[in-house]
Design a protein around this ligand. Structure first.
Ligand SMILES: [Zn+2]
Length: 434
């Protein structure tokens, strides 16, 4: 028998639940959804090389994680329960100073494995040694937008080297010619990148027609420091430098004011809500979802890195988002389950320009099957309610990205090798740094 993980095959998923009704889904060899609907079996069973029995499963578009630092899986559980600045300066940065390209490769493979096992088919990543991250993503079969985290701290020499590093990385990704992997410009944040650096990133991304990935107004201090230094809030600085575009994903956005939410809508910026990380590091304010929504701005969902979450499970993130919004803004009607699911699928897919984020003929076949004969899905009064509030990523049975099966009945190729390689890389990293 052919190995279902080894390449794209014409596939037929039969009797799966789509929008609460049974349907068959045919996936062509190019990785697109060829047809979706009732009774396709007769028509496509001959053409399909594999048939996946979807009975007892819900089909969903693959989830999209719009803000993470994938290789930080190696730092999972290394330091928790600390003040943000102490956590960074005493624990995270000293360890990261010893990172190698190989560490990033193993950490990113582990992240991809975890995402595949929890139903995520695309992610937006910012870190270092990104060519090694790209190598991992290419092997794992998932989709990603990758960027080199650009930090100059106002130093012109450092800025030059960051510009060159960004150019080199973008041309490397182009040379891979892999439709699943894209590059973005990654100015880390308005407080770590000079205005000149921000302007360069904005120009470069425009010229190269690539995305921008940035952290925005995560803490109150960033906002007050910006006002003290520039006489302007961070979002105004970003707008002045041309960073706010429809190709931009802005992570966190906890401290946006109402006018900034309207500006995000006008500029077409995609906000990435990162509720678990924000709660863990106590940013003391939740992203103002209600203002963003009222303004018509795009809102997506991300886990942030594994040292501040500590997992990459987008099912848990949907629940955290919905609960944090209700709790912080004191409104139980805010961010209802269907909107959380839209953020994690449709909106995320648009943000990364990876297709429609829907299950429809002609769309890329990024599909996850979620088991219904499980405690978390029994009874099934309301699929979306269970998916957002009751399930975690462990309920995902099968993950398909660009038509390739990456997980079948919870089996992923090379899982044990990835777990032991990543565990060893993490152990060696800690040894080297102490
Ligand atoms: Zn981050």
């Amino acid at each position: 028998m052919n190995d279902i993980f080894s390449k794209n095959y014409p596939l037929l998923i039969t009797g799966v639940r789509v929008d609460k009704r049974p349907a068959d889904i045919f996936i062509d060899e190019q990785g697109m959804i060829g047809a979706i609907g009732k009774n396709l079996k007769k028509q496509y069973a001959g053409e399909a090389e594999f048939i996946i029995d979807g009975d007892g499963a819900i089909a969903l578009p693959g989830l999209v994680n719009t803000h993470t630092h994938a290789a930080m899986t190696l730092l999972r559980g290394y330091a928790d329960d600390m003040i943000l600045q102490d956590w960074l300066s005493q624990k995270i940065w000293p360890l990261e100073a010893h990172l190698t390209g190989d560490d990033v490769y193993w950490g990113t493979r582990l992240a991809c494995l975890e995402m595949i096992k929890t139903g995520t088919t695309a992610f937006n990543d910012m870190y270092f040694f990104m060519e090694d991250a790209a190598r991992a993503v290419a092997e794992m079969g998932i989709k990603a937008v990758l960027c080199h985290g650009f930090i100059d701290f106002g130093d012109p020499g450092k800025r030059e080297s960051e510009c060159r590093a960004t150019e080199r990385f973008v041309s490397h990704i182009r040379s891979l010619n892999n439709p699943r992997i894209k590059a973005a410009a990654g100015p880390h944040a308005p407080y770590t990148v000079s205005k000149e650096g921000l302007r360069w990133c904005a120009e470069f991304s425009k010229e190269q027609e690539i995305g921008i990935h940035i952290h925005v107004s995560e803490t109150e201090k960033e906002v007050s420091d910006s006002v003290a230094r520039n006489g302007k809030r961070p979002v105004a600085v970003l707008d002045e430098c041309g960073i706010l575009t429809p190709r931009t994903v802005a992570a966190h956005c906890c401290w946006l004011d109402e006018a900034e939410c309207r500006l995000f809508a006008q500029r077409g910026v995609y906000a990435s809500h990162n509720p678990t990380s924000n709660m863990k590091l106590a940013t003391n304010r939740a992203m103002p979802y209600h203002w963003l929504r009222a303004a018509g701005a795009h809102v997506t969902l991300g886990t942030d890195g594994c040292s501040s979450n500590n997992n990459l499970d987008m099912f848990k993130e949907m629940k955290a988002a919905s609960l944090l919004q209700k709790f912080f803004w004191n409104d139980p009607t805010l961010l209802p389950a269907p909107e959380a699911l839209q953020m994690a699928t449709f909106a995320g897919s648009r943000a990364l320009a990876f297709g429609t984020g829907t299950l429809a003929a002609g769309a890329p076949a990024d599909i996850v099957l979620v088991a219904t004969r499980t405690a978390c899905n029994t009874p099934l009064h309301n699929d979306t309610s269970n998916l957002v509030y009751s399930c975690n990523g462990g309920a995902v049975q099968t993950t398909i990205c660009n038509g390739r099966v990456l997980m079948l009945e919870r089996e992923v190729a090379d899982e044990q090798e990835i777990l032991s390689g990543a565990a060893k890389a993490a152990e060696d990293l800690v040894k080297r740094s102490t």
